[in-house]
Ligand binder design. Structure first.
Ligand SMILES: C[S@@+](CC[C@H](N)C(=O)[O-])C[C@H]1O[C@@H](n2cnc3c(N)ncnc32)[C@H](O)[C@@H]1O
Length: 257
């Protein structure tokens, strides 16, 4: 864990950290994804990527648009709603998150965003880009093949065939909302992400809001490897995206076959 974890506060007490009472429908930008997942703009262009859950992130819109990746699809349990409903939920959740966060600013590192207003602007900009793309139903032509970029999915199930993607990205959901989803949910969701990728799954963060890795983490990795016939290797990488002090660890799972 980072030395800066929780600003060296002696109270590693979750009650003092941002505690949300629901999974918020907000989202980050493509450049924030590069930081969270240790990716770079050249290496991901030839990939078929699933962002899961994608929320109000502009990753898929930007990746399919200006960055022209081979394929980028986002899924989320909200994606069968009209754009107006999604937009309202995104705006409401952004204000809710900002309100909660403004009560505990010391638990954040204000280098990435210099203040709360800048954070709000960044999240609002991602929401706008996402809504604009989602409103067009996210249809693109890719080598004469049309596909929908925004697909409704409710984890731990995904409506995709085995090995449909090269890379599955999952941010700010698993592990972080540890108090809302149990071990079995994490186990089954990660197995499902591994099923739909041919190569790799990346999950950020693997820490709870207090920057601690859940106690069951090793058991979880062992069980997942067993279920995948011991054909999984994993590593933990420290990433540059360290906004919530010390919450900077990403899990990379590879299918060894
Ligand atoms: C905080 S957002 C993460 C968005 C994006 N990955 C990011 O890092 O900015 C979490 C998302 O999880 C979605 N969600 C919650 N439970 C889910 C489930 N069981 N299956 C699929 N999505 C779910 C919510 O709708 C929400 O959009």
């Amino acid at each position: 864990m980072s030395d800066r974890s929780l600003n060296n506060k002696s109270i590693a007490d979750e009650r003092s950290v941002l505690n949300l009472d629901r999974v918020v429908f907000i989202g980050r930008s493509l450049s924030e994804y590069m930081w969270m997942f240790n990716l770079d703009l050249t290496s991901f262009k030839d990939l078929e990527i699933l962002d899961c859950p994608s929320g109000a992130s502009s990753f898929v819109a930007e990746a399919s648009g200006e960055y022209n990746v081979k394929k980028a699809i986002g899924c989320d349990l909200m994606y069968d709603n009209d754009p107006s409903i999604i937009e309202k939920r995104g705006k409401d959740d952004l204000e809710y998150m900002i309100d909660r966060l403004s009560k505990v600013p010391d638990f954040y590192d204000w280098n990435i965003y210099s203040n709360i207003e800048e954070l709000r602007r960044a999240r609002a900009s991602s929401l706008r880009k996402f809504i604009s793309d989602y409103s067009k139903k996210g249809m693109v032509n890719n080598s004469s093949k049309k596909y929908e970029r925004y697909v409704k999915a409710i984890l731990p199930n995904l409506p995709f065939n085995d090995k449909s993607f090269d890379l599955v990205l999952s941010s700010n959901f698993l592990f972080y909302y540890h108090n809302m989803f149990d071990y079995t949910f994490h186990h089954d969701s990660i197995l499902e992400m591994l099923r739909v990728t041919s190569k790799e799954v990346r999950i950020f963060p693997i820490q709870k809001p207090d920057a601690k890795i859940p106690e069951y983490f090793e058991t979880l990795m062992e069980s997942i490897n067993k279920h995948m016939n011991k054909k999984i290797s994993f590593r933990i990488e420290k990433v540059k995206y360290d906004f919530r002090n010390g919450v900077n660890k990403m899990l990379v799972l590879n299918r060894d076959e």
